[in-house]
Design a binder for this molecule. Structure first.
Ligand SMILES: NC(=O)c1ccc[n+]([C@@H]2O[C@H](COP(=O)([O-])OP(=O)(O)OC[C@H]3O[C@@H](n4cnc5c(N)ncnc54)[C@H](O)[C@@H]3O)[C@@H](O)[C@H]2O)c1
Length: 325
């Protein structure tokens, strides 16, 4: 991984634990499998702990890591990380995506409450007019009975529903892999995507980036979103037709909270930076700062299970990648 992430993932207490669990040189962080300085180390390695900035495990890595049995990824998706040659070797793979899901769900929870109260719009108007809004001017706002639609019963989508359950919201979900009974178990009503878009006041996207989810929200579907509704995207920019979304936002018809965009950052002239009805953040919903430690902790727990012959809790199988992030 990029060594800048090491101290966040593994603060001293966890580094000590790592040294207890494995024969490891915690001062060495490999970023290039062709680097001759690491050849002997890699030739012996049975477990690889990876993170953001790890080069792809491709044919070169297969040659460099002949004894590798397990990859423990101290970050989210392993989609871009593990090449076919490694999957073919039957490698055991685990990821800390479940730990990374928690802060995204928390961020989205906050965005939903702010959207329901039009806090983003109120801030803009307050700055411009200094007008102190009275409760009489807030008809139609608020969280009570607010219709919230979640797209994707993913790790993040499920955690979000858990956080939202104590509120007086009206929750719906859309996911082609979910049935009505499972949705009810999550505290939500199962809807087809078009119906969810047409009937919710706040819509939040948590589906994975797959070939079939590219532009899942195309121009036709974005037009279904009711006037005044808020669209939240903490998933991936490519799931949305960004030009169509920008057109809807520029018309002022809907609002958006966007933590992800197609290009990150968006091009300098993108209206997304300037539109008053867009709350744009630089991909911060996932683990940052002190939240990284959860992913390090998860990785060490997996390492301990591997070491003692117990099944991994967060194993990723090659076939899972057809429907997961
Ligand atoms: N903003 C951030 O910092 C951040 C951090 C972590 C993850 N993410 C993104 O959040 C999204 C969710 O991540 P995750 O780890 O919870 O995903 P996940 O891998 O748990 O999601 C898999 C589930 O998504 C559902 N799904 C699959 N296809 C779908 C479709 N067409 N429509 C609706 N649902 C579908 C299925 O239930 C599947 O089991 C991903 O796009 C991921 O890249 C963003």
């Amino acid at each position: 991984m990029d060594p800048v992430h090491l101290s966040g993932l593994f603060p001293p207490r966890l580094l000590d634990r790592l040294r207890e669990l494995a024969a490891i040189d915690t001062d060495r962080c490999v970023q290039d499998f062709a680097d001759a300085r690491h050849r002997a180390l890699l030739a012996d390695a049975e477990v690889l702990i990876t993170g953001w900035g790890c080069p792809r495990l491709d044919d070169l890595a297969v040659t460099a890591l002949p004894r590798l049995r397990t990859v423990l990824h101290a970050a989210g998706s392993v989609r871009g990380l593990i090449g076919d040659a490694f999957w073919d070797r039957g490698l055991l793979v685990s990821s800390a995506a479940a730990a990374n899901a928690l802060p995204v769900a928390e961020f989205t929870f906050a965005a939903i409450v702010f959207a329901a109260k039009d806090a983003f719009g109120a801030r803009e108007r307050y700055r411009a007019t200094h007008h102190h809004q009275s409760p009489a001017e807030t008809a139609g706002l608020g969280t009570y009975g607010r219709r919230v639609g979640v797209i994707g019963a993913s790790r993040i989508g499920r955690r979000l529903l858990e956080l939202l359950r104590p509120l007086d919201l009206d929750l719906s979900i859309s996911d082609p892999y979910l049935d009505a009974g499972q949705a009810a178990g999550l505290g939500a009503r199962l809807l087809e995507l078009d119906e969810l878009l047409a009937t919710c006041d706040v819509i939040t996207l948590h589906a994975p980036d797959l070939p079939e989810t590219r532009h899942l929200l195309d121009r036709r579907r974005l037009a279904l979103i009711p006037d005044g509704a808020t669209f939240i995207n903490t998933a991936r920019g490519v799931l949305v037709d960004e030009q169509a979304l920008t057109d809807e936002l520029a018309s002022g018809r809907i609002n958006a909270v966007l933590d992800v965009t197609t290009a990150e950052p968006p091009l300098p002239d993108s209206p997304l930076y300037r539109l008053p009805n867009v709350f744009l953040t630089p991909h911060i919903a996932g683990s940052l700062g002190n939240e990284l430690v959860r992913m390090g902790q998860t990785t060490l727990e997996e390492l301990d299970r591997y070491r003692t012959g117990r099944p991994l809790i967060h194993q990723v199988r090659r076939e899972d990648l057809a429907r997961t992030a």
